[in-house]
Design a protein around this ligand. Structure first.
Ligand code: PLP
Length: 373
């Protein structure tokens, strides 16, 4: 029988921990606290310990985590925030919601992370922060970014929504700058059974402020010191995340093993592979994105053979309708455009079988040999 390979599935992961998830659900029901109770507090402690920061504050989503950090850092109207041009739209939207202007800087075509060489020319008197997006599960060059930020007196925030457990020089993404934002959207390396997010930092004032801003600006019940919003990690999601956090390293190790096979066994010269882990960069492969001149043909060919793929991302931010106001057009950010045109993520998820991995490898290697392109 033909094995088909979905782009991703939660089933193998969730089947393993189903009993524990059921127990977590019952614990919350019995406890009767549903917002910012014991589970949230314990998850925040456990996640901060895992990442290696003093503080973690649960919020409602990754988007909110970035937005609330910017607000807590006092960034808003009239300010500029530099972000990579090939990130997920949420990075830009968070800047816009804060009232600031997202300034797009090109990524490196090798790493897909923001290119430190491109940043300085984007810095103006209004620049308040750079968001280092740890894209696809690999961190940016954090020493260089932190140095640029220190030279210009601006902040660095990590968007670590794709990098739970990734490391740079032995330290985890989320602990490599002033503060970091995480998403627990179900498909992330650590995902809830719904929406969720958090910030991590060593700065107590910043953590307290994000906590208050996400709770109607309240530091004490019915005392409102800021005009905040409602953005909290609920107890059920926190309880589920506590269960899943215990398996994160094992699940990431599995992803790394599949990635290792792809990196050594995909040998088709028309397929450009992503970077592997090194001593400095430990990649957790949130996605395994290849690039190919004949990307759309590759996508159709794999789909025809039962292999799911996703384009991360097909349209760069400056070419999205929602960001027409940036007044950029096609050709203005050629690296981001080149990546959007050629990138394709192939299946990579916990629980892929050897035969599924082999099927993907064999098909990718055979692409182009029979004239599909
Ligand atoms: C998923 C993601 C976000 C947004 O997270 P949500 O929880 O969906 O709001 C932000 N940035 C990046 C890079 C992401 O991948």
């Amino acid at each position: 029988m033909e094995t088909s390979v979905p782009f991703a599935t939660f089933e193998p992961m969730h089947n393993e921990i189903r009993t524990e998830l059921d127990i977590a659900y019952k614990r919350v029901m019995d406890n009767g606290q549903f917002i910012r109770g014991t589970e949230c507090r314990l998850f925040e402690e456990e996640f901060a310990r895992y990442i290696g920061t003093k503080y973690c504050v649960g919020v409602a989503s990754g988007l909110d985590a970035i937005y609330l950090l910017l607000k807590a850092l006092g960034i808003g109207t009239g300010d500029e925030v530099i972000i990579p041009s090939n990130t997920f739209i949420a990075t830009a939207l968070a800047v816009s919601y804060a009232g600031a202007l997202p300034v797009l800087a090109e990524p490196s075509i090798e790493t897909y992370n923001i290119d430190a060489d491109q940043i300085e020319r984007k810095i103006t008197k209004r620049t308040k922060a750079i968001i280092a997006v740890q894209l696809q599960g690999r961190t940016a060059d954090m020493d260089r970014l932190n140095k640029i930020a220190a030279n210009y007196g601006i902040k660095i925030i990590e968007d670590a929504a794709q990098a739970h457990g990734a490391k740079y020089k032995g330290k985890k993404a989320g602990s490599l700058s002033d503060a970091a934002a995480f998403s627990f959207y179900p498909g992330k390396n650590l995902g809830a059974l719904g929406d969720g997010g958090c910030i991590t930092t060593n700065d107590k004032k910043l953590a307290d402020m994000v906590c208050a801003l996400g709770n109607y600006g309240s530091d004490y019940k019915y005392h409102h010191i800021y005009k905040g919003v409602n953005s909290r990690l609920d107890e059920l999601q926190a309880a589920f995340l506590r269960v899943k956090l215990k398996s994160l390293d094992r699940w990431n190790a599995f992803r790394q093993e599949v990635a290792k096979r792809y990196l050594s066994e995909i040998t088709n010269p028309i397929i450009k592979l992503p970077l592997s882990s090194t001593e400095i960069y430990e990649h957790v492969y949130h996605v395994f994105a290849v690039r190919c001149e004949y990307r759309d043909e590759l996508e159709q060919y794999l789909s025809h053979h039962g292999i799911g793929t996703v384009k991360h991302y097909p349209i760069p931010i400056h070419m999205q309708n929602s960001y027409r106001d940036l007044a950029l057009s096609e050709g203005d950010l050629p690296i981001a455009e080149e990546i959007s045109r050629t990138i394709l993520s192939i299946p990579l998820y916990y629980g892929m079988t050897d035969s599924q991995v082999k099927k993907v490898i064999d098909l990718v290697n055979a692409f182009g040999t029979k004239g599909e392109k």
